[in-house]
Structure formats: C-alpha cells, structure tokens
Write a new protein. Structure first.
Length: 500
C-alpha cells in the first residue's frame, strides 16, 4: 500500500480530483489499484507486486492543473509527501531527457540549466527538513520551479531542431491540416478550411455510412470528396476501423459475440470504402484506438489479426496512399481500469515487430476533458511521449490535436480535465498551439499535425470549445496562430534556386 499526504496541515482542506488518478508500474504501464482520499491522506492499494508511481491531477501555481507523476516508490508504513514525490519524479525525468537530448554544451542553455539546478537545490533542501508542513511548502515551490524549467528545457530543444528542419527544407506542403465536419457544407466554412490548412481530414464514420445493414449513405461523403478534389485540397480519410460506440452502427451489436462475423463485416467495410475513394485519398487512418476501445472484448490475438489484415487490404487496394495505425490515449490511463485493453506502447511495439504492413503511426493529443487520455499534461511530458513514439522507427502523424478555448466555471473540479498555466481562454489556446507545434514539428519523425475540430461543437464533443472557429464561424486567435505557423513552414519549404 502507498499512502500520500496531500495537505501541509493534515486538515483535509485541499480540494483534489481523483477522476483520472492511477498507478504506474515498470516501463510506464498503468496498474490496477483502488485509490481513496480520506482525512487528507491518499491511499493506493495496488494489485501487483513491486514499486509503483502515482499519476494525479495536481494544481501548480503559475503552471496550471496538470496530470503529474511521481517516481516509482516502494510500499511502506510511513506516509509519503505527495509534492515532494512529484518533484522527485519530474527532476529524474528531466535529467534523463537532458542526457538523451545531449543538452550540455549548447550556447544559451546556461539560464535553463540554472533554473533546473535551482529546482533541484530546493528539492534537496526540502528532503532534509524535519518539519512536515515546512517540507510540504518547500516541495511545492520546488515543483513549480521544476515544471517551469521542464517546459523551458523542452522549448530550448525544440527551437534548435525546428530551426534545423527549416534550414534543411525538411517540411512538405502537407504539414498542417484539420478535421472537417461532413454535415457542414456552408460556403464560408469551406472557404475557411481551404484558406487555413494544407489538407483536410474527412472522418468516415461507419455509423453514418451504413446506418442500416446494406443501406449506404454515400452522398454525404461523395459531396466532400468531389469538392476537395475540385479545389485540389489533399485528403486524409478514416479511421476505417474504430471501436468507439459512437462510431459503430447499432446493427453491428447483434454480432458482438461472433468474432468471425464481425471480422468479415469489418473487412467488407474497409474494402468498400477504399475501393470507392482510393483514387482520391493520399492518407488513410486505417485503424484507430482498438487497443483502448475494445468494445467487443476481443482477445489480443484477434485485435492484432484485425489490425494486420485491415492495413494489408488498404496497401493492396491503394498502394500509393499512406496507411497509418492510430494510437489514442498515448499515456494509457484506460489500462488501469480495463484489463481487456492493451497498453498503447505495447500495441505500437507489437504492430511494428509483427511485420504489419503500414507507413506510419498516428497519435492523438487531446487535452481538457475529464476522460482517460484527455487530462492536461505539460509540454515536457508531451515532448517526452513524442520521443517514445518516434523510437519505433516509423513516421508519426498527429492525427487529432485539440485543447479548449474556455473553462467552465459552474462545474466541480472532478469534471474538468485540467488547465495549462492559466484557465483556458482564447489566448491560452493560441499560446498552447504555438508551443505545441514548435515542439511537435521539431521532431524529425513528425510529418503532420491535424487539428481535431474546425468549429466549436457545444453539443457533440468532449471538448465543446475546442474548435478554431466559433459556432457563427468567426475565427479565433488559435485559427490565426495556426495559419501564421503554416505560412512560416511554407516559406521554409521553398529551396533557393540552384546556382551554376
């Protein structure tokens, strides 16, 4: 059992959220556990042997309300000081990344190094303290310094390698895109999509396409394919296989216990869509999130079979298109609640090692909702996770990126997925976009970034204010920020004329 003190005075006055809390074992794999908060003490009863860390949404002044992780700790009777262990975990990871990135001899790094050293010194000072309340307050100050220093460390690294990618003209003209709403066909909407992005992602929902078995609604998608092709806008499409209940037709439920029938229906669906649109789409999101949304309770082997055959079919029918396998909830919190799922990095490793024929890994970075995979992380954690994805040796496409532009004020803390630096508003969203794209596109393996929703979806989205346009189609500051970034990338793709 792990026990953490979460209040400096032990009077349980601090309001905390356990909605997204979970334990972490070796290699970052979430563990099943019962987590309880009572009398200012957080108790974690885990179901596995060995050391474990805690991930919890924790408020850090000036940094936001962030999902942070302790280092892995051994069980003991004495209570751990939560802020002290959070800063210990952060400093350890920063030291590892600083070594991975080789950031020791770069000019201009000294101020960042000084901030890291200051956070470390304050942490050491806190460890030596005997008075718990004083130790708690000092640890919280050290955590604030460590979070700020970690983001500066990530940004310093990003600035170096983004500059190099631009100097080497490493970007294509298909880097920044957006997912469209197939049901929105207004001319203003289409024009803003055309003006602001390099490509469009057309989501093809099986539920919308085949609401009744053998009855197809092609017109909704044909209209968009025709318009995008006529306007010479490159097309991403998919996912073709997605086990979210909101994406599956209701009639499929009658076969849920029959794997062979469901598998064959999935393959027929994939073949049907790719045969119809294969000549127009250059990038297919073939399969998305089956590791986390295992609606049918398929076994590991069955999920791998669906992954392998679906991607092989797309490569056969559309050999010149990119076939991408999509990783959702890349931190894997869902695995701590449902053991019928697969940890995201294990799934990615298996599809790479088992010889599945595909061209890239997709990843979703969606923050701001109180749901697994969507609790806010800081930029250091984002950069760290992207590096982990890049280690698989495949190009990475960020197929869904989104944060909100407003914060609800009338909801309890447990229903809010955190914040970044300040409560979410239009300017914070734009600032996040600028820093995120800088870090993401500095990675040599990241090839594209797709914003998840163009327009706010107050009724139909986990992040109701996550669009780049207001419902009346007025552009937000985030839309203008992303357009400016796109312009800079286009300038970097133009090579100087060759000289004789």
């Amino acid at each position: 059992m792990l026990r953490f003190a979460v209040d400096e005075n032990g009077d349980a006055t601090r309001e905390i959220s356990l909605a997204g809390a979970y334990l972490i074992g070796s290699d970052g794999v979430p563990l099943r556990a019962e987590i309880e908060y009572k009398d200012s003490v957080l108790t974690c009863q885990k179901r596995a042997e060995g050391p474990a860390g805690l991930a919890i949404l924790w408020p850090v002044p000036g940094c936001g309300n962030l999902m942070l992780e302790t280092s892995r700790l051994v069980e003991r009777e004495r209570t751990y000081n939560l802020p002290l262990e959070l800063v210990r975990g952060r400093l350890m990871r920063m030291s590892q990344k600083r070594e991975d990135w080789g950031l020791f001899d770069f000019d201009g790094f000294q101020p960042v190094a000084a901030e890291i050293d200051k956070a470390r010194d304050l942490f050491v000072e806190a460890v030596k303290m005997e008075d718990f309340s004083e130790q708690f307050r000092t640890a919280e100050k050290a955590l604030q310094l460590a979070i700020i220093a970690g983001e500066k460390l990530s940004q310093f690294h990003a600035d170096i390698f983004l500059t190099r990618r631009k100097q080497n003209h490493a970007f294509s003209r298909r880097t920044i895109g957006c997912t469209l709403d197939p049901r929105n066909t207004s001319e203003v909407y289409r024009q803003l999509l055309k003006d602001g992005f390099d490509y469009a992602h057309l989501p093809i929902s099986w539920r919308l396409l085949e609401p009744k078995q053998q009855e197809y609604n092609w017109r909704l998608f044909d209209t968009w394919i025709e318009w995008l092709t006529r306007n010479r806008i490159p097309i991403h499409a998919g996912p073709l296989v997605n086990f979210q209940e909101s994406q599956l037709p209701d009639w499929l439920a009658m076969y849920e216990t029959d794997f062979e029938t469901v598998r064959n229906l999935i393959f027929d669906h994939v073949r049907r869509v790719v045969e119809r649109y294969g000549n127009y789409v250059f990038h297919w999101d073939v399969i998305s999130g089956v590791h986390s949304d295992n609606t049918f309770n398929f076994t590991f082997e069955q999920l791998m079979e669906i992954t392998r055959v679906s991607t092989a079919m797309v490569k056969q029918l559309a050999p010149r298109a990119h076939a991408v396998i999509n990783i959702t909830a890349p931190w894997g919190e869902y695995y701590a609640r449902n053991q019928r799922t697969i940890p995201p990095m294990l799934y990615a490793d298996m599809v790479v090692q088992s010889g599945v024929s595909f061209d890239g890994l997709g990843a979703q970075i969606l923050f701001g909702a109180a749901a697994d995979g969507m609790y806010v992380r800081d930029m250091f954690q984002v950069s760290e996770k992207l590096d982990r994805l890049g280690n698989f040796g495949k190009p990475v496409h960020l197929t869904a990126v989104q944060v909100p532009s407003s914060s609800p004020t009338d909801r309890p803390i447990s229903s809010i997925g955190g914040s970044w630096r300040k409560p979410w508003d239009e300017s914070v969203q734009a600032h996040w976009i600028k820093e995120f794209t800088s870090i993401a596109l500095s990675k040599p393996f990241v090839e594209s970034v797709t914003w998840s929703e163009l327009v706010d979806q107050p009724e139909n989205s986990l992040i109701p204010s996550g669009g780049l346009l207001y419902p009346d189609l007025t552009p937000k500051l985030g839309y203008k920020t992303l357009a400016a970034i796109r312009t800079q990338l286009h300038a970097a793709t133009r090579r100087p004329p060759a000289t004789r």
